[in-house]
Unconditional design. Structure first.
Length: 391
């Protein structure tokens, strides 16, 4: 068995990557520890890189099609990990899940239609409906026993008249793993109100030991018939730059409408390396992923313990899936602007501003990416503690 080194430090500056090379533009300086955009600071798996290099041995990079082995790898992965018995006709390549959600909005809703989300939530869930002229409806999540929970009374009331529900499963931020009971209740409410569910399950593979992900489409026949599921190897295997994602639809009528829309507009053709990388990841990635998940679980414990020691007044919602933690600085008498300035210019850390996940209600919250070597987490917390204690 090969041992993968997740403690390795990689130099990523000047590689045209968003996480490092856009900090100056977005944060006003580049000497920050980047713990914001959701990719990991770990080497992409060797078997993915080898497959891409091998494909480069052929001297023509012409138009490509999804190889049959690519589809088989996805079908086998879905069956093994999520009890999804998909066939080839039920799957379609998309170049990214954010793009996929945008396509669903354009295909199934009209300007002025209501789209519901649960906040705080991944910013594109908020921005895409608004920017496409839809009416955004927000149902705030509750905090229960240190994790997010769904306010079903609020969701049920606000969902009336909505056409679409964009579900983050597991939830982003904070990696909350929804239970089968939660998902069944959501499916029931959406069915009663004739709401199509779009389930973004990009973090499903990153469900940490001790937790179990349930795909929305598998909870009952209603959910299966009235949902569109998006998954991807991008977060799992740290290959987001390949733009390789998958759409699963069991309902033949929904499938005909959406897949036909994608094909007629020509917006979902993949590139050669997207197919090659995903196929290698799903067919060879079990051992790598197992080691990654145990390392990430250790990172969660490291963050919890270091905050407890250095910053006990910062309340943290620890991920049950993914590598994204949700930090609450409400105990400090600092404004949103003061907190931002302290974290960026004094601690020199790049975090995601909580307001982008749902507005002013989250002005004292930040999302922290802990998909990095463990020493980085410790250094970041120590920097923030030093900055706060200097006030």
């Amino acid at each position: 068995m090969k041992h993968y080194n997740f403690d390795e430090t990689l130099e990523r500056h000047n590689t045209d990557c968003v996480k490092y090379d856009m900090m100056s533009q977005l944060y006003g300086r580049e000497d920050l520890i980047p713990m914001w955009v959701a990719d990991m600071d770990f080497r992409s798996p060797d078997f993915v890189m080898d497959a891409i290099k091998q494909r480069c041995n052929h001297d023509v990079l012409g138009y490509g099609i999804p190889p049959e082995d690519y589809n088989k790898a996805i079908i086998n992965w879905l069956a093994k990990h999520y009890d999804i018995s998909a066939n080839r006709d039920e799957l379609h390549f998309i170049p990214g899940i954010v793009a996929g959600i945008a396509y669903v909005l354009l295909c199934f809703t009209n300007p002025g239609d209501k789209v519901i989300v649960t906040t705080p939530v991944y910013p594109p869930f908020l921005n895409l409906p608004k920017e496409s002229g839809r009416e955004l409806v927000c149902s705030p999540l509750k905090k229960t026993d240190g994790r997010f929970s769904i306010d079903f009374d609020d969701f049920e009331q606000k969902s009336k008249g909505c056409k679409l529900f964009i579900l983050s499963n597991p939830h982003n931020p904070a990696g909350t793993v929804w239970s089968k009971q939660d998902l069944c209740r959501l499916a029931e409410i959406c069915h009663i109100n004739n709401i199509l569910v779009v389930a973004d399950e990009i973090h499903a593979d990153l469900t940490l030991p001790g937790h179990r992900h349930t795909s929305f489409s598998t909870v009952n026949e209603i959910a299966k018939a009235e949902s569109i599921t998006f998954m991807a190897p991008s977060k799992t295997f740290n290959i987001a730059g390949l733009g390789s994602s998958t759409c699963y639809i069991a309902n033949p009528e929904l499938r005909k409408q959406f897949f036909g829309w994608l094909d007629h507009l020509g917006v979902a053709g993949g590139n050669i390396f997207a197919f090659t990388g995903a196929q290698a990841a799903f067919s060879q990635g079990e051992e790598w992923l197992d080691q990654l998940l145990h390392y990430l679980k250790g990172n969660v414990e490291t963050l919890k313990n270091t905050l407890g020691e250095k910053l006990p007044d910062v309340k943290v919602m620890l991920p049950e899936a993914s590598y994204l933690a949700w930090l609450d600085f409400s105990a400090y008498s600092l404004s949103h602007q003061e907190l931002n300035n302290l974290i960026i210019n004094k601690a020199r850390i790049a975090l995601n501003d909580g307001t982008t996940f749902g507005g002013i209600a989250y002005e004292k919250h930040f999302r922290m990416n802990i998909g990095c070597p463990r020493r980085t987490i410790i250094e970041a917390v120590e920097r923030i503690a030093t900055a706060l204690h200097s006030l």
